[in-house]
Design a protein around this ligand. Sequence first.
Ligand SMILES: Cc1cc2nc3c(=O)[nH]c(=O)nc-3n(C[C@H](O)[C@H](O)[C@H](O)COP(=O)(O)OP(=O)(O)OC[C@H]3O[C@@H](n4cnc5c(N)ncnc54)[C@H](O)[C@@H]3O)c2cc1C
Length: 571
Amino acid sequence: MAVERIHDVVILGTGLAGLRCALELSRADSGIDIAMISKVQIMRAHSGCAEGGTGAVLNEADGDSFELHGWDTVKGSDFLADQDVIQRFVECSPKEIYLLEHLGLPWSRQENGRIFQRPFGGHSYPRATMAADKTGFMEMQTLYDTLTRFANWTNYHECFATDIIVQDGEFRGLTFIDSRTGEFVIVRGKALLIATGGVGCLYGFTTYSQTVTGDGQAMAIRAGLPLEDPEFIQFHPTGLVPSGILMTEGCRGEGGYLRNSAGERFMDRYAKEKMELAPRDIVSRAETTEILEGRGFEGPEGLDYVHLDLTHLGAEKINKRLPLIREVTMKFLGLDPITTPIPVRAVSHYSMGGIETDINARTRCENIWAAGEVACASLHGANRLGTNSTAECLVFGAIAGDEILKYLKKKKKPADCPAQRVATIEKFLFDDLMQRNGGENPYHIRKELRVAMDRYAGVFRDRDEMNAGLRKVAELVERFEKITVEDRSRVYNSNFYNVLETRNMLLLAQVLLTGAVLREESRGAHSRRDYLRRDDVKWLKHTLVTLDDGGLKVEYKPVTLGKWEPVERKY
Ligand SMILES: Cc1cc2nc3c(=O)[nH]c(=O)nc-3n(C[C@H](O)[C@H](O)[C@H](O)COP(=O)(O)OP(=O)(O)OC[C@H]3O[C@@H](n4cnc5c(N)ncnc54)[C@H](O)[C@@H]3O)c2cc1C
């Protein structure tokens, strides 16, 4: 029997987006009772790993402008982003930098004491606002520190959310397993924010923490909410070989080069003007092409690579601006980037799509909002620019907070949650899934899924490969029915959480590949060998995937255009 908890607002996910929303609510009214739910401890959210910077226009006197940040973002998105969302985003992000500054965040500084910003890929002005290469950690720490001043929130950390219950277009409750006690809990609230982050672990070679498994997207689609543009996955050009750990784009922002096995700075063949600081989709394709055409280095486990060369930057710059990069390469490879180039290749890094929201971070359900990487207000379109994600978490976390505040004024009490629905979920989880004993190892299924996604839905795609991917996922879904769950205990059962995550990942892999096979064009990060060009006549539109009678239904909706006309994308 589930234990019931009731709060005013339920925030699912305590990364940058979740914390920023909680701060907005608490600052406005410290009487609002908030549940903060996270499957890991608060500071373990993946946001703490963000390295390179947060994008914001701080220097209008020197030539930067909202217009320029907006244009860079829309061009970076290959014109699929919604332009009203971009406009609002660029205008709000500087306020977030100053807010964090006032809360005590130690931004990197210029000699004259002003905030320092470095160049980043696809941006035509240096606007990556940073705390060396530990930006996300400092942002998380500042938000969390500030939140500890308020007593209005309950910390449900190490609690694994399983399902969102929606009825009659309204949020009724969220179920989770409290790892610490083993209790199954139904939490009700007047409003829900989903801020569960991305889907990075769908791929084997990824920059993401092992916990980033797309649970929020999977819960949302099961609850009837559409996922938008799921086919667009960003590959970051510089994943450390063989671990996949991110070598921040800040390395190239500080002047690092990419070289092939002949020592050439090959980017001049692909983006003559921007070179290493072209957007990520373009640099990742360039690198992959170099490797495929035999100009890479042979790496372990088939992970051939190119070099990220920082040796000309000098020890002082590397130690001051990229200390984490040096620490990581020394610890993981015994390699000092001051003297030796770093082996890197394109690595799965970010999901541009997510739960469909409007410009106010609201989903199609009237009291559910989504913000951060889990959401798709469509700021990034087909390809995100570096630094725009942490900024998005802050901006849309705050917007969601404001919108929820307005909603709470109207909504006097949480809606009832149908007990039958909770009982059905509980029965499925503990009497069916947890008891399965069919012999299939769920860890093998998860691993095979990730290998398949690397292989069939990577930097370059084509129909046959993606269909092979869909067949592989279908096979894994079937095998998942026959898994054996070894550990049937309730407290800290990480074996069972792995099973729940794998179930979510299998669903999302189907969603991603389905959207990708249907989109017969190349746009941004979705690059098809069988459809080499962007096709604005047929495909200047967003994909929307829903679950319909157990199957996937795909629809489309128009892109919100504006003053920036789609043109050929050159760098
Ligand atoms: C290595 C790395 C470096 C990056 N560097 C940058 C950068 O320099 N600049 C930039 O703009 N972007 C960067 N990004 C991207 C950016 O960091 C992320 O997109 C962003 O931080 C995501 O924040 P979030 O709040 O949406 O989610 P996250 O920080 O991922 O937090 C998700 C939260 O949801 C919780 N959760 C998930 N599932 C469940 C569940 N089932 N039950 C309960 N809780 C759950 C988690 O516990 C966690 O608290 C980087 C990403 C990586 C991986």
